[in-house]
Design a protein around this ligand. Structure first.
Ligand code: 5GP
Length: 217
């Protein structure tokens, strides 16, 4: 993979003022700024879908959606691929499967990673697998998941990550398809949560200190 192919959001990117866009009233004091507007996410996803079609078109794939944070990206990516299939002579038969991971408490990564749904991964053996994950931070989660998936001997594994953080402590793991490379800030929205809040927000936003306090456990 090649990060120069990702849309780079610079360290000094301030985001957009909240009141230039719409977001749910119940979060109005819990957000700092709109970091990546929903429309830009959709436009970038459309291009990732094209790159995936160019590489994998005419193969059968199993899309493995990493829940919960990956559901929106996965749904939109699959939709974009379906549209491309309708408008080209290439086709990409897809199955969609789900796995659930959890490693975060508040805004901190915890050591223990839980995988639910790993029992069913035997359906991946001999298949072309596209893992779809919303965000790669240190890369530990993806490394663990890849080890798990590899144990079922798929024919091929590709990974699509909407966001990759620039973190000094990272494992250096990079998905094959990256939407945005972002600074090391905690983001929410577009199915990304903070203790289960903010999944019902379309834009990717930075949470405010007040928001962090309000929804802390
Ligand atoms: P990693 O193992 O790469 O450090 O962490 C990856 C996981 O941490 C992601 O799957 C996601 O659940 C969570 N995560 C990391 N950074 C963020 C963030 O900025 N916002 C949210 N909502 N979750 C994050």
């Amino acid at each position: 993979s090649d990060l120069s192919c990702a849309l780079q959001i610079p360290d000094d990117w301030p985001g957009y003022p909240l009141d230039l866009f719409t977001s749910p009233e119940h979060y109005c004091e819990d957000l700092e700024c709109v970091y990546i507007p929903h429309g830009v996410i959709m436009d970038r996803t459309e291009r990732l879908a094209r790159n995936i079609m160019d590489d994998l078109g005419d193969h059968d794939i199993v899309v493995l959606c990493v829940l919960k944070g990956g559901y929106q990206f996965c749904a939109d990516l699959v939709d974009c691929i379906k549209v491309l299939c309708r408008h080209s002579n290439k086709t990409l038969p897809m199955r969609v499967d789900f796995i659930r991971l959890k490693s975060y408490l508040n805004d901190q990564s915890t050591e223990d990673l839980h995988i639910e749904g790993a029992e069913n991964l035997s359906v991946l053996s001999g298949k072309n697998v596209l893992i779809v994950e919303a965000i790669v931070d240190t890369g530990k989660t993806m490394k663990t998941l890849l080890d798990h998936v590899e144990a079922f001997s798929p024919k091929m594994i590709k990974v699509a990550g909407l966001l990759v953080k620039r973190v000094p402590s990272g494992t250096g793991y990079l998905p094959d398809y990256v939407g945005f490379e972002i600074p090391n800030r905690f983001v929410v929205g577009y199915a990304l949560d903070y203790n289960e809040y903010f999944r019902d927000l379309n834009h990717i936003c930075v949470i405010s200190d007040r928001g962090k306090q309000k929804y802390k456990i």
